[in-house]
Ligand binder design. Structure first.
Ligand SMILES: Cc1cc2nc3c(=O)[nH]c(=O)nc-3n(C[C@H](O)[C@H](O)[C@H](O)COP(=O)(O)OP(=O)(O)OC[C@H]3O[C@@H](n4cnc5c(N)ncnc54)[C@H](O)[C@@H]3O)c2cc1C
Length: 422
């Protein structure tokens, strides 16, 4: 089987690269082993939210312009970033994911423990504020579902009170949720979201409106356990409740993140992309400075060939990077990595300090081509969290780096096809 481009990894990085290539008429395959970081997403995407430990509100792009040349943003280049950013919201809109926010000013997302963190774009319904505390939402009603343990109203309540709100809490249950309550492992966000849909939302709204009458609350805050397949249940509930309803991310799985993952994948598939879910790329053949073909676990000896390849296999969580007692390595090709050679350097025993391993990833040149034993590979590009050179967690830059590198890689591949300058 031969493709124009084969992408290893079907998280946000792989799928956004794939969608951009499909839109330009390429024949594209994405091979994805399993869950992506979107399954753990907070409901928000970061562009650049923190610099030297300080939250950034205004003009995050000014900070991006000053980053070292080893940072993935610098490899994308500020001119490209300015070109790609306006394309992000429309792309997600087209696949069915509404994003709120802009790059001129970060807004703040409310975390499960009631802290406010800078964000670039937030998905529909998630609780956000224009600026850090104090919040001007009046009296908050925290609504949880009886028996749901992946949401911490007490922590949240304390955080909200610090942010200037009065808070009351209530719980409810429904007959249709009883079968989930039989086992704590079933009472998870994604299972609840399958139940809280359609007409059931009327019952949810009835409970919440009764609590509002009892408490005089002016906003409702509840776990993000609605809208597994679509945003419409979120809006439906918001329409039926008397005061604004704001959703807070839960312990994973993330309902909003999974919805985004499914929407990206569905669009890709419906527009002619091949998505091999649950297969894993095990190795590839490198010859003459190019990747010739790759092999997967399911297809065994049947190689997959393409003109170009993209590695978007994520960081340690997704096994795009692995570590053994001696080294950090990229497991498919053994690509060159940015990592310290000595294990004691990898992490600081003080967990609150900067952890060096969080910068690790595969090495790329300024065109996001990767290298193998010191030689750049002509037709293998890297996109997303697998790339080394930044600490996405500390910078609140995870989705931003992933999206900008995905856009650039798609451009690089399309330009190389045209024989254009890269
Ligand atoms: C737990 C967690 C939560 C995060 N939350 C946020 C957030 O809320 N906001 C934010 O801005 N950023 C967040 N990030 C940062 C996140 O890394 C990026 O936002 C982005 O989603 C990364 O996308 P990716 O496609 O590069 O990698 P991933 O999403 O990790 O996807 C990589 C995919 O490649 C697959 N894969 C790996 N190896 C192979 C192989 N050999 N063969 C086939 N497939 C393979 C994996 O199964 C996975 O599906 C989070 C990161 C983590 C780890």
């Amino acid at each position: 089987m031969r493709y124009d481009t084969i992408i290893i990894g079907g998280g946000m990085g792989g799928l956004v690269t794939g969608i951009n290539l499909l839109r330009q008429g390429q024949k594209v395959a994405v091979i994805s082993a399993g869950q992506s970081a979107l399954h753990f997403n907070s409901g928000s995407f970061g562009l650049y939210g923190r610099h030297n430990g300080e939250d950034i509100t205004d003009n995050p792009l000014d900070y991006i312009k000053g980053l070292p040349e080893t940072h993935p943003y610098s490899k994308v280049g500020i001119d490209n970033i300015l070109k790609y950013i306006p394309q992000v919201k429309p792309l997600f809109e087209e696949v069915g994911v509404t994003l709120h926010g802009d790059e001129k000013r970060n807004h703040y997302r409310l975390t499960p423990i009631g802290m406010l963190k800078p964000a670039w774009l937030s998905m529909e319904g998630y609780a956000t504020a224009d600026s850090p505390a104090p919040l001007s939402w009046g009296k908050a009603l925290l609504v949880n579902i009886q028996g749901y343990l992946d949401f911490y109203p007490q922590f949240l309540s304390r955080g909200l009170e610090k942010a200037g709100l009065k808070v009351e809490s209530r719980t409810f249950t429904l007959d249709s949720l009883q079968h989930l309550r039989k086992s704590a492992t079933e009472m998870r966000a994604t299972n609840i979201a399958r139940v809280l849909d359609g007409n059931v939302l009327r019952d949810v709204a009835r409970h919440i409106n009764r609590f509002i009458d009892e408490t005089d609350a002016t906003t409702v805050i509840m776990p993000a356990v609605i809208g597994m397949f679509d945003e419409s249940p979120i809006r439906l509930l918001q329409e039926q409740v008397k005061v604004p309803v704001r959703f807070i991310s839960t312990i994973p799985m993330s309902v909003g993140g999974m919805r985004a993952q499914m929407k990206l994948r569905t669009w890709f598939h419906q527009h002619g992309g091949t998505y091999l879910l649950g297969d894993i790329v095990t190795r590839g053949t490198i010859d003459g400075g190019r990747v010739k073909e790759i092999y997967t676990a399911n297809l065994a000896d049947m190689p997959l060939a393409a003109d170009n390849f993209v590695i978007a296999s994520g960081s340690f969580l997704s096994h795009g990077l692995e570590a053994n007692p001696d080294s950090v390595y990229e497991p498919i090709f053994g690509l060159d990595v940015v990592a310290d050679p000595n294990r004691p350097q990898w992490c600081d025993p003080d967990l609150y300090k900067e952890q060096r391993f969080e910068h690790y990833g595969i090495a790329t040149d300024s065109s996001l081509r990767v290298s193998h034993k010191g030689s750049t590979l002509d037709n293998l590009f890297a996109a997303g969290a697998v790339i080394g050179g930044c600490n996405a967690l500390k910078e609140e830059s995870g989705a931003g780096v992933t999206l900008m590198t995905a856009f650039k890689v798609a451009d690089q591949i399309l330009n190389s096809k045209k024989g254009g300058k890269q």
